[in-house]
Design a protein around this ligand. Sequence first.
Ligand SMILES: Nc1ncnc2c1ncn2[C@@H]1O[C@H](COP(=O)(O)OP(=O)(O)OP(=O)(O)O)[C@@H](O)[C@H]1O
Ligand SMILES: [Mg+2]
Length: 306
Amino acid sequence: MMSDGKAVIVDRVIKVYESRGERVTALREVSLTVDEGEIVTIMGPSGSGKTTLMNLIAGIDKPTAGKVIVFGRQVHSMREEELRKYRLHVVGYVFQQHNLIPTLTAVENVLLPMTLAGKPDEARARRLLEKVGLSGKENRFPEELSGGEQQRLAAAVALANEPRLVIADEPTGELDMATGEKIIKLLISEARDEGRTVIITTHDPRVARMTDRVVLLEDGRIRGSYSPQRIAAEGPSGEVAVERVIVEYFKRLLSDVRERKAKLAERLARGEISVDELVEEYNKLRSLEEAIVDELSRLGAGVEAF
Ligand SMILES: Nc1ncnc2c1ncn2[C@@H]1O[C@H](COP(=O)(O)OP(=O)(O)OP(=O)(O)O)[C@@H](O)[C@H]1O
Ligand SMILES: [Mg+2]
């Protein structure tokens, strides 16, 4: 089957989870096309179906209905052995809960997918670790690395087999842009050099702005997409409806972030966090708040300042 320069085609996909007699519809007829070499962000509230969509594209789960076609291959109808190869050779997945093997060192974690693919290359594994800023930590076990370092290791593992498609599910963690920025920049600059296709989910507008297109998912449906670059360059575009939806999303995200900031003092009083943790969390929330306000003003929406 031809893919016509399309990396990913998601066609009217429905995903229903059934657990203990309860049915949850996570995706309601989602259609999405990503061009080869395109770098796309998926944004949306918690529970909107982002991880579900990523899992279907990565061949980790199957849609209840609809098609998922990646580089012309019908992922939705692949059998187990074909799926295993697809996941190993075509897709590099940076998971929301990064899936590092705790009993393997950093370099061994990167070597594992290479070995499974039949081409272990320790020098390349070490170069990848250097790229993500983990030189000197090759022989540490995941639990001996910080959260940010574990995320960077997970990115190196995802790139081990030079995947054509990189899927990164909240690779910056919830808020930590300082460490996250490095991973995202690496993923994106590598992808641009190699002509890779990348799909990233995030709540962070700074991440979204590094990509070509932002797609907004809400309650299992795609609500619209916009180009952050174009808006920055030319001011508000003609796609008023789409922008309004994105603005609504950012406003909700902003009030959520402000509420969490306001609750930090209570959490300190209850002994749930230390003063150091409060300061760290406050700074992260504040930086995210600034990024959202900035993005809203680019979108031409006024919000009251701090
Ligand atoms: N294995 C599962 N079994 C049952 N329901 C599930 C399962 N995985 C996800 N869901 C439900 O499907 C919906 C979409 O979940 P999903 O994890 O895709 O959301 P998300 O957008 O990634 O959220 P977050 O931003 O919190 O990561 C939610 O209502 C969730 O509770
Ligand atoms: Mg998720």
